[in-house]
Write a protein that binds this ligand. Structure first.
Ligand SMILES: [Zn+2]
Ligand SMILES: [Zn+2]
Ligand SMILES: [Zn+2]
Length: 221
């Protein structure tokens, strides 16, 4: 009987933000360390055996800029659902390890979310960076679910508009709004680090001129 001991690692690169897939032999992993670099060459994860049937995986995190270390067992990887590694700080799912099919299904689920958003907003090129937009949107939803999007005026009726490079949060009562940049991976990192969004009553707060009549130098900088 042939036993396939290869597993798939899907890693969301901490530098360029795209998913990179690696095929790893559990058998080889017993004897040697793996260092797996993203195709952008700017980040890599390492895997090695840590006694018995346990393995250590070290993942640079797109969410918080730290490196996280996790322990997993061979059994957990080869059977059932893939193991998902989340950032403990931001909750972002940054790595999936398991049988190839299971990992791919997991990624497909993420892509489905993607497609739903594209259906709603038309074509992919609408967004400066669709992946960053989706992750930002998910984070904003999480923050909203915790009741942590607040307007200075005290209203809870917050509306959300997706623009090509940012998410606009608008207060239904006072018209105050705030803009969450969502064009670059660095924008995403900032958003992942937020636990609250405070919408300012002052509608002329934008720095980049979405509205006219603003004064960008109010603070005298
Ligand atoms: Zn990369
Ligand atoms: Zn993290
Ligand atoms: Zn308000």
């Amino acid at each position: 009987m042939l036993i396939d001991t290869s597993i798939t690692v899907a890693y969301r690169c901490s530098s360029c933000g795209s998913f990179e897939f690696f095929s790893v032999s559990m058998f080889k992993l017993l004897h040697s360390e793996y260092s797996l670099a993203c195709r952008c060459r700017k980040s890599c994860i390492t895997m090695k055996r840590e006694g018995g049937n346990s393995f250590l995986i070290r993942i640079p995190c797109i969410g918080c800029d730290n490196e996280h270390t996790y322990l997993f067992t061979r059994k957990s990887i080869l059977f059932g659902e893939p193991v998902v590694f989340n950032c403990p700080e931001t909750g972002i799912q940054m790595c999936f390890v398991g049988r190839d099919e299971a990992v791919c299904n997991k990624i497909d689920d993420l892509e489905k979310e993607f497609d739903k958003l594209l259906d709603t907003y038309g074509y992919e090129s609408y967004f400066r960076n669709t992946r960053v937009m989706i992750d930002t949107l998910n984070r904003i939803h999480d923050i909203a679910l915790c009741g942590n999007i607040i307007c200075e005026c005290g209203d809870a009726d917050i509306g959300l508009v997706l623009l090509s490079d940012c998410i606009l949060l608008r207060c239904g009562r006072c018209g105050g709004s705030t803009r969450i940049p969502a064009a670059k991976t660095s924008d995403l990192k900032k958003t992942l680090g937020m636990s609250h969004v405070l919408i300012s009553r002052d509608a002329f707060r934008y720095r980049e001129g979405l509205l006219t009549g603003q004064s960008g130098n109010k603070l005298g900088k």
